[in-house]
Write a protein that binds this ligand. Structure first.
Ligand code: SF4
Length: 357
């Protein structure tokens, strides 16, 4: 497959042009067409010579993922189902401004993007892992989710979280490239403080990120504060148990400053007083803030969210240990926690498998 138009990086483009003897100012002209004026083909770049347009067309693919379904409404969370050029399906979620969302400021419109088709990590509470991993997304397919959703919704996105389908750190090269494009002034120009990558806990990649110069925030999806609980719901914990994971986090925090924890509260699984105390200990060790997210039911899975009183008790125990912990309250936002369901339903429906929607 040719690299995609929306995965182009300025410096590489400059090198491509230099090899062909084209003037260097063309590089910025082209990235402006792609990321500012958002044209979908080189033919539309009317101030480029025809010959150069033909060369670019031969080298790069134009975006051809399309939105095939939208769920939700403008005032609440909206889910977008994309069909990619190889017919695979992915989901992205657009979340309106929220005071409690991922600890970010209240006036931001957030997109939750996917980084892979499916996921190999098989967390027991997640729809994205139910049919396994198919492939990595390239940087263009990640960036395209933002461009397409801004066009479809008419909203200006100013906060990006890699918390959709897939484990971003298992597709690190493409994710870092996408972040560069999303962050760069010649790209989408979204500030590094408003780009968050979430991981289920790939310890070696967390260490790698500590040395990475690309700027963004890191969130660790902890979801269990002891090995027993974490391994029960997140198979990745058997490979990188808490001791290994937290040492990688220590290293990351020493180099980069901070990370946050995501903790989905699941009734009777990880919502006990003891888990709250253990979670607080870990958070204090890493000076991490915690975002508590009440579980959103996934069809076909056995888990449920704890009653509101239990959620609040859990939060109060964590806070009593001097740790900052937010508890998400808005119902409409729960859709992000259930990422992967729409794709799963559509995939199964297309294969003729009966599902109740
Ligand atoms: S929670 Fe994340 S890492 Fe775990 S299965 Fe779902 S998408 Fe994969």
């Amino acid at each position: 497959m040719k690299p995609s138009l929306t995965g182009i990086v300025l410096e590489e483009l400059a090198a491509f042009l230099e090899k062909r003897g084209a003037p260097s100012y063309r590089a910025k002209q082209i990235t402006d067409w792609i990321y500012k004026k958002r044209v979908a083909s080189f033919d539309a770049m009317t101030d480029l010579p025809n010959e150069l347009r033909a060369e670019l067309t031969a080298e790069f693919d134009t975006p051809n993922s399309e939105v095939v379904r939208v769920l939700g409404s403008k005032d609440t969370t909206q889910k977008f189902l994309f069909r990619l050029r190889d017919q695979n399906l992915i989901e992205s979620v657009l979340i309106p401004a929220s005071p409690a969302l991922y600890g970010q400021p209240s006036d931001r419109r957030t997109i939750c993007v996917s980084s892979q088709v499916g996921c190999a990590y098989g967390c027991k509470f997640c729809a994205s892992g139910l049919e396994g991993w198919t492939r990595n997304l390239d940087a263009g397919e990640i960036v395209q989710q933002l461009i397409e959703i801004e066009q479809k919704s008419g909203e200006k996105i100013d906060n990006v979280v890699f918390m959709g389908m897939g484990e971003p750190l298992a597709n690190l090269r493409n994710v870092l490239r996408a972040i560069r494009i999303i962050n760069a002034p010649w790209g989408l120009g979204i500030g590094a403080r408003h780009i968050t990558v979430s991981t289920s806990g790939l310890a070696p990649q967390i260490r790698e990120l500590a040395k990475e110069s690309t700027q963004f925030r890191l969130a660790l999806s902890l979801h269990g504060a002891t090995d027993k609980v974490r391994s029960h719901i997140m198979p990745v914990n058997r490979k990188y148990p808490l001791k290994v994971l937290l040492e990688a986090c220590d290293y990351y925090v020493a180099k980069k400053g901070r990370l946050t924890f995501e903790y989905i509260l699941i009734a009777g699984v990880n919502d006990t007083d003891e888990q709250a105390r253990e979670l607080a200990k870990i958070a204090r060790r890493l000076s991490a803030k915690i975002n508590l997210i009440p579980y959103n039911t996934v069809e076909g899975l056995e888990w449920s969210r704890p009653p509101r009183a239990r959620q609040e008790k859990f939060q109060s125990i964590v806070r009593a240990h001097g740790v900052i912990a937010t508890l998400r309250r808005e119902k409409g936002h729960d859709i992000a926690a259930a990422c992967g369901q729409l794709r799963l339903q559509t995939n199964r429906a297309e294969r003729g498998v009966r599902v109740s929607v």
